[in-house]
Design a protein around this ligand. Structure first.
Ligand code: NIG
Ligand code: ZN
Length: 409
């Protein structure tokens, strides 16, 4: 187990996936990459390695012709929660809708009760198990939202667990405050008062170093656009970037609202309008597609993929891991579903799970393999990168390097 940097490493004899969009989809033959500490110093065909780099090499690793891609980025998860919602799954299979269950006080609120009842150690143990599943399939960066605590101290606890995961596991963790996920029972019928509380807790959570971004669930069963605006104004006052669960079950105009605040991403988007797409394009907002939730809720309305593509809106994909609508823990399955259900090309899906996922988190130092980027990459037992979206129920990840360090679990 190598856990310290060993100078400058030349990783060679690799097929380095070419993911630049304007180049033929495939790989760089006899690819090589030079890493120093946590970063890539150089990447290209080994024969073109500049002479000035050769004398600095302290270690060589032969990758035996294996495929290399950037580390995967899961840019939308709700990984920290108590309990599960398998009983709700059974109810939905018998005909109850997600919205009906939520309106009857179940859904997110049942996970809030289970999360509040769980100790921090229990939350950390279950989130660690889930994170390890994602890590095993090549995830090197993950976003984790709060949203099952819904009080100042319970939101803080969940965000703290997320931060702790990033300290204990070989994984970069970004945390998102999703206080505006549902209205907790103690605020029942006082939705606006709850939004006031969500905004009031934000500076405290931020001052404890627990928040990288702010999100909300803008929906008929969540928060109105006016309430979402108030949450975003509070975030802007603190200089925090925003994201939004937008147009999942209905068109609320949430995407255009989020774009007005320069949102990093709008996520779900099954009911996204043309106006919303234009607003996102103008703001540079990433469209995060969540095929796991679409599949698990057995939705029928597809996100407007062709229009997003035509307008040049970057598309990311993520697991949306959560106990209610997407209990899956496989980014590779999401790559497959993004192609089979949403008709992304395998190349679009892989860009969605790497460079566009990173952009959805406001990260520009990862998601591609180039000089200056973080040395986060995966080595796969595959020939062509299209196979990442092809196989499912099988893990071809041979090794993963995070910040220049070989990862072991
Ligand atoms: N849509 C809102 N939030 C989650 C679901 C949360 C839950 O049902 O527990 C989502 O992204 O799908
Ligand atoms: Zn979500």
């Amino acid at each position: 187990m190598s856990l310290t940097h060993t100078g400058t490493t030349l990783w060679h004899h690799a097929r380095i996936a070419s993911l630049h969009g304007n180049e033929p989809w495939g790989w760089l033959e006899d690819g090589a990459m030079l890493t120093r500490e946590a970063h890539i110093v150089w990447c290209g065909p080994r024969s073109k390695l500049p002479a000035e780099h050769t004398h600095s090499i302290t270690r060589e690793v032969d990758l035996d012709g294996a495929l290399v891609t950037p580390g995967l980025v899961d840019c939308h998860t709700h990984l920290v929660y108590g309990g599960d919602r398998a009983a709700e799954f059974e109810m939905r299979l018998q005909g109850a809708s997600y919205a009906q269950i939520a309106q009857a006080g179940g859904g997110i609120r049942s996970s809030v009760a289970a999360t509040r009842a769980a100790s921090e150690a229990t939350l950390l143990a279950s989130a660690t198990r889930r994170a390890r599943s994602l890590i095993a399939e090549g995830v090197t960066t993950i976003e984790i939202k709060s949203g099952y605590g819904l009080s100042l101290e319970n939101e803080a606890r969940c965000l703290h667990v997320a931060r702790t995961l990033g300290e204990r596991l070989p994984l970069s963790v970004r945390t998102t405050y999703l206080g505006a996920h549902a209205v907790p029972p103690e605020f029942s019928g006082r939705n606006d008062d709850y939004v006031d509380a969500v905004c009031a807790w934000m500076p405290e959570l931020h001052s404890r170093g627990l928040v990288d971004a702010v999100d909300a669930f803008c929906e008929t069963i969540g928060f109105t656009p006016a309430q979402t605006r108030r949450v975003f104004e509070a975030a802007r006052a603190l200089g925090l970037p925003v994201k939004l669960h937008a147009e999942q079950l209905s068109d609320q105009g949430g995407a255009a609202l989020a774009a007005e605040f320069g949102a990093l991403s709008c996520d779900h988007l099954e009911h996204l309008s043309e106006a919303g797409i234009r607003a996102m394009q103008a703001a540079g907002t990433v469209a995060v597609l969540l095929p796991g939730a679409y599949y698990f809720l057995r939705e029928t309305k597809l996100p407007p993929i062709d229009a997003l593509r035509a307008h040049g809106v970057p598309m990311a994909i993520a697991t949306d891991h959560n106990p209610g609508t997407s209990p899956g823990l496989s980014m590779l399955l999401m790559l497959n579903m993004a192609c089979t259900l949403f008709r992304l090309t395998p190349e679009e899906a892989l860009r969605g799970a790497t460079v566009h996922g990173a952009r959805a988190l406001g990260l520009h130092d990862r998601g591609t393999l180039a000089a200056g980027q973080r040395a986060d990459f995966c080595v796969w037992d595959l020939d062509h990168p299209r196979e990442l979206a092809y196989w499912f129920g099988h893990n071809p990840c041979r090794r993963t390097i995070v910040g220049g360090l070989e990862r072991t679990l």
